[in-house]
Each structure stands twice: as C-alpha cells, then as structure tokens.
Design a protein around this ligand. Structure first.
Ligand code: PNS
Length: 164
C-alpha cells in the first residue's frame, strides 16, 4: 500500500493540479491532497471551499484504483506526512523555474525526515504556465479562464467576485 501526500495551497485547484493527481494515481494506491492552513497568507477561498472544490473536481479524474482523499494540515509538512504514514510527497514541476524552489524544499524535507521521499511529476505541457495566482488575477481583471480550472471552480469564482 503506497500512500502519497500532494500538498499545496490550492487557492483554487486548477486543471494543472488535477493533471498531477491523475499522473500520481498511476504510482500510488492513495493520494492525500493536503491543503496547507496558513493564517499568514490571505486566501481567496476558505479551507472548506477549497476542500469542496477539490473533492468535486477530483471525482471527475480517472484515477483507476487509486483513492483520492482531501485533507488539510498545519505546521510542518513532513510531520503531517509521517502522521499520515505516507511514503512520499508529490509535487508538480511545470518549468525549470519551479525546480530550484522545489529542490530546496525537497532537500530540506529530507533533512527533517529522511523516511519520506519527494517525487516530482512533470506537468502536462498544456498546463505548464497555469498557476492559481495567475488564474485569480486574470479572472479579477475580466479575462477568460475556461480550460484552466474545472467548471465548478469557475462557477465559484464567478459567485465570489460577483458578491464583491
Ligand atoms: O501550493 P504551494 O503554495 O506552492 O505549496 C507550498 C507547500 C504547502 C508545499 C509548502 O509551503 C509547505 O510544505 N508548507 C508547510 C510548512 C513546511 O513544512 N515548511 C518547510 C518546507 S521545507
């Protein structure tokens, strides 16, 4: 039984994140999508909203036998990974520019907890420029985001921005 943690802010989940979940599902029996609770970072969506969006979107992903679970965590990622009895941390790499930061985190996490491996998965080229930050910015400025996020996420973004 191989379990991986897929951590992130997921504010909101994008089609790029779903692509990584689908790819990860070929390698692991269970993927725990773990939303970081970070009181220092102002988020657009609450943890509960983010959880609901990931659950809804992940239900449409072909994951064969792999179970996808959504959770949230606070504090050190490796501590959470050990609590969850995970074998690995999964991170998606979109471009070389991601690699430096991801390598630094992976090495630091290894120093903190050598039992947990970090696995980098290469994002689909079509999503290599997609990020939650840009999606929010484009939407806020009235640009189209179809194809970048799952339809339910787009609907929630519309509702959020329409509400002011
Ligand atoms: O989606 P993001 O914001 O790029 O994800 C970053 C995340 C959640 C993976 C990273 O900030 C993290 O692991 N935070 C938890 C705190 C921690 O363990 N910090 C030490 C990392 S070496």
């Amino acid at each position: 039984m191989r379990r991986a943690i897929y951590p992130g802010s997921f504010d909101p989940v994008t089609n790029g994140h779903l692509d990584i979940i689908e790819r990860g599902s070929k390698l692991f029996d269970e993927i725990v999508v773990a939303i970081l609770v970070n009181p220092e970072k102002r988020a657009l969506f609450s943890i509960e909203e983010r959880r609901a969006m990931i659950e809804e979107a992940a239900a449409g992903v072909r994951t064969d036998g792999c179970v996808v679970r959504v959770d949230s965590f606070q504090g050190l990622l490796v501590r959470y990974a050990v609590e969850q009895q995970a074998d690995a941390i999964v991170r998606g790499i979109r471009a070389v520019s991601d690699y430096e930061y991801e390598l630094q985190m992976a090495l630091m996490n290894r120093r903190l907890e050598p039992r947990v491996e970090t696995v980098f998965l290469t994002a689909a080229a079509a999503y290599s420029y997609v990020s939650s930050r840009l999606v929010k910015e484009i939407y806020q400025l009235g640009g189209p985001i179809d194809g970048l996020v799952p339809a339910p996420v787009e609907a929630r973004m519309r509702a959020k921005f329409d509400a002011g």
